[in-house]
Design a protein around this ligand. Structure first.
Ligand SMILES: Cc1ncc(COP(=O)(O)O)c(C=O)c1O
Length: 380
């Protein structure tokens, strides 16, 4: 948020900014969704829905699991929430008591730890490295339990924010089985599904019907501001989660639910967005390498590249990723996100670049970074 504020200030002062810090699509919702919203405004009352959401959209989501993953999901297990963000809080409230020990891999999406912390849970950090594709393994989970005692939950996202890395089918199966055999709630944030580059993202539901699966219309469907996410609830928590939904938000935004019914008919438009991300991803991967960034996490999915900047710190070029990002913004108008929020202990050595923006911005940003690297004595 600080980077975005600084970028905004620079723009207000007349400077240009290439936005590689953003964590959201730069495109509108698919046109079918927008047309459905117009129709709903003209024809519908737009009152509350039931706590879980409209029956039509619940069935559409269930059908989506059948067609994308070959998994049968009872529509009664689907509940809509205020974005995936609303789903985390509901899931944490339903699954955990105060004091529950919940593993959160780092680097990872900061809101998991912040929400768990606010709810009185104990966040158990699980540092991951490039060696495990910045995702947990059962060996790492065993170690956590051996050293610190039993845990109550595991929250992860695959593809991940900030690393873009994924669990393949085998590793997803191992982790789901480990959680089940250890009596641990597995919360799988699948918000970046659909945004993958040559690899399929398996849902946790393929391996464990008791996993708590979270997804959203924000990313693949390009609908961040519509604030609509969903949960696939395990049978054991369906009633509790529905009661939480009822008491905390009454229902997810009705206009968004009615409009989202059209989203699953808009795959061509969404796939065109993915094709642009794929082009941008190639531009960043080759641009960053030629600017001397050798430590790049495998960019399996989402729209992020997690880049090590240790070479710049070791050479005295920058103190840490925060000062580096501030310098890039001030000197070359490139906004990127320092890693500190995603990994409090090691994030000063990493930067997250987003390729969700325009291809022109990505191209120009790479030219400027390469020039910066040559001018500052780095390799280029
Ligand atoms: C991993 C992850 N989960 C959830 C969210 C929040 O999603 P929503 O807009 O659906 O609340 C984000 C947003 O960037 C994210 O990166």
């Amino acid at each position: 948020m600080e980077v975005m504020r600084a970028a905004e200030e620079r723009e207000m002062a007349g400077g240009d900014v290439l936005h590689l810090e953003v964590g959201q699509p730069s495109t509108p919702a698919p046109s079918g969704v927008i047309a459905a919203a117009h129709r709903a405004l003209d024809e519908d009352v737009i009152g509350y829905t039931t706590a879980a959401g409209t029956p039509v959209l619940r069935r559409r989501v269930a059908a989506h699991y059948r067609s994308w993953y070959g998994v049968e999901v009872d529509p009664d297990r689907v509940m809509f929430t205020v974005g995936a963000s609303g789903a985390f809080v509901a899931a944490f409230l339903a699954a955990f008591d105060v004091g529950a020990r919940v593993v959160v891999p780092s680097p990872g999406y900061p809101c998991y730890r912040n929400a768990l912390d606010a709810l009185g849970c104990e966040v158990v950090d699980l540092p991951t490295t490039m060696a495990t594709r910045f995702q947990p393994t059962v060996a790492l989970l065993d170690e956590i339990v051996t050293v610190g005692g039993p845990i109550d939950g595991l929250v992860l996202s695959s593809p991940s924010n900030p690393t873009g890395t994924m669990l393949d089918d085998g590793r997803m199966a191992e982790i789901a089985a480990w959680c089940r055999s250890h009596g641990v709630w597995f919360i799988s944030d699948e918000i970046y599904h659909g945004l993958t580059y040559g690899i399929r993202a398996p849902t946790a539901l393929e391996h464990d019907d008791e996993a708590i699966v979270i997804n959203s219309f924000s990313k693949y469907f390009s609908m961040t501001g519509w604030r609509l996410g969903w949960l696939v609830m395990p049978d054991a928590l369906t009633e509790t989660l529905t009661r939480i939904g009822q008491n905390v938000t009454i229902s997810a935004p009705t206009l968004s639910q009615l409009a989202a019914e059209a989203a699953f008919d808009c795959h061509d438009e969404c796939e065109a967005y993915v094709a642009r991300y794929a082009v941008n991803r190639e531009i960043l991967l080759s641009g960053l390498r030629s600017a001397g960034f050798d430590e790049l996490a495998p960019a399996d999915g989402a729209f992020y590249i997690w880049a090590g900047v240790d070479h710049l710190i070791q050479s005295g070029r920058a103190a840490d990723s925060q000062t580096l990002c501030a310098e890039w913004l001030a000197d070359i108008g490139v906004a990127a996100t320092p890693g500190i929020d995603f990994d409090p202990s090691r994030g000063q050595r990493y930067v997250r670049f987003s390729f969700a923006g325009s291809t022109d911005d990505c191209t120009e940003a790479m030219v400027r970074l390469k020039d910066w690297a040559s001018a500052s004595g780095g390799r280029s």
